[in-house]
Design a protein around this ligand. Structure first.
Ligand code: TXA
Ligand code: MG
Length: 328
């Protein structure tokens, strides 16, 4: 765990335009001075992130959030009150002081207050907003522990603040408040129903149409929320029918890693690897990325995910989204 001396070093890094990986309640972020174009450019470079994918600005409270937006509608205040610090990211009209590189040239800036004491201490001590994309090379699995970050970046490029394993394990919900409708651009830990309760109206979900929209159509698209992501090096397949597992394993030309939820556990013998998952949604989400990493580090020819069966909740929706994109 990081101490005060580590925190001071991290702040020095940020002041010098350098990069600091920091823990949040969701995943580790790759931090840099959000108001410095050069520092943000370094994050894009180190991550290998496409320039058209904007970054979330992390702040320590509502007052700092208001400095990076041009407008702060009343609903933003209510959502902040209910969810911050926490896993809800709001997209609002960007203030002049935010360099265009942060929003990929867009008019909206994404902002959130992370719920982790080290992240809050870092932002407060630095005294300004920091960008924080997940601290992984673009497209790969997001990190939920300091060692996950260290596996990708060396100390000279990225200073890592170790805050232990992330509690939620998957990313924040991204809510676009730029237009008439409130749009969920990315499903995440904050539940749509709770957002709707605060707003007093429905939100538009990526896989739930509005008006005449058919479920399954995607009425919203945001850069970075479409296409391959959360991808291990090994190919991933999802299977629902556990009875087909034996055949899958027999068909593979080499060892496989199998990730399975309780009740659907299959006896996996060497040379293959079995990884068991918790049954409840939040536990599953917390372990998901580390399980995918463990599977990938085993260097299998294939990762098979036996999907959980009772998955009727918003967190499962977010998990399913990540699994689908891991499988491509
Ligand atoms: O939980 C999280 O949100 C983590 C932690 C570190 O805070 N961060 C994170 O950042 O997941 P990243 O960059 O991996 O994902 C940010 C998502 C992307 O899908 C990006 O396209 C979207 O948010 N996004 C960022 N800024 C946006 C903007 N101005 N307008 C629309 N979408 C935006
Ligand atoms: Mg990411």
């Amino acid at each position: 765990m990081a101490d005060n001396a580590d925190l001071e070093k991290a702040v020095e890094r940020l002041r010098a335009g350098g990069l600091v990986a920091f823990p949040t309640e969701t995943v580790y972020g790759l931090g840099a001075d959000a108001l410095s174009e050069a520092a943000v450019a370094r994050v894009f470079r180190v991550k290998g992130r496409p320039a058209d994918n904007p970054m979330i600005v992390h702040v320590c409270d509502e007052a700092m959030a208001r400095e990076v937006v041009r407008e702060w509608p009343e609903v933003a205040g209510r959502l902040a009150e209910r969810f911050w610090p926490g896993p809800l990211t709001l997209v609002l009209p960007k203030a002049e002081c935010v360099p265009g590189i942060v929003t990929a040239g867009g008019a909206g800036v994404a902002v959130r207050v992370p719920d982790h004491p080290l992240a809050l201490a870092l932002i407060e001590s630095f005294g300004g907003p920091i960008v924080g994309p997940s601290a992984n090379p673009a497209g790969y699995i997001s990190p939920t522990a300091a060692d996950h970050v260290r596996a990708h970046f060396d100390e000279a490029a990225v200073y890592v603040l170790d805050g232990g394993p992330c509690q939620a394990g998957i990313e924040s919900t991204v809510l676009d408040l730029m237009g008439e409708e409130a749009l969920v651009l990315r499903r995440g830990v904050a539940e749509p129903e709770e957002i709707e309760a605060v707003l007093g109206r429905r939100v538009v979900l990526p896989d739930r149409g509005v008006g005449d929209g058919e479920p399954g159509e995607s009425p919203v698209a945001s850069p970075g929320v479409v296409g391959p992501h959360y991808r291990p090096r090994a190919p991933v397949v999802l299977i629902e029918d556990v009875m087909t597992l034996g055949q899958r394993i027999a068909d593979s030309e080499g060892r496989v890693a199998i990730i399975s939820p309780p009740g659907r556990q299959v006896r996996v013998r060497p040379p293959h690897l079995g990884i068991g998952m918790p049954g409840l949604a939040r536990g599953y989400a917390r372990k998901l990325y580390s399980a995918l990493r463990e599977a990938d580090d085993f260097e299998p020819v294939l990762i098979i995910v036996v999907t959980p069966m009772l998955t009727d909740s918003p967190i499962w929706d977010a998990v399913r989204d990540r699994l689908k994109r891991a499988a491509g």
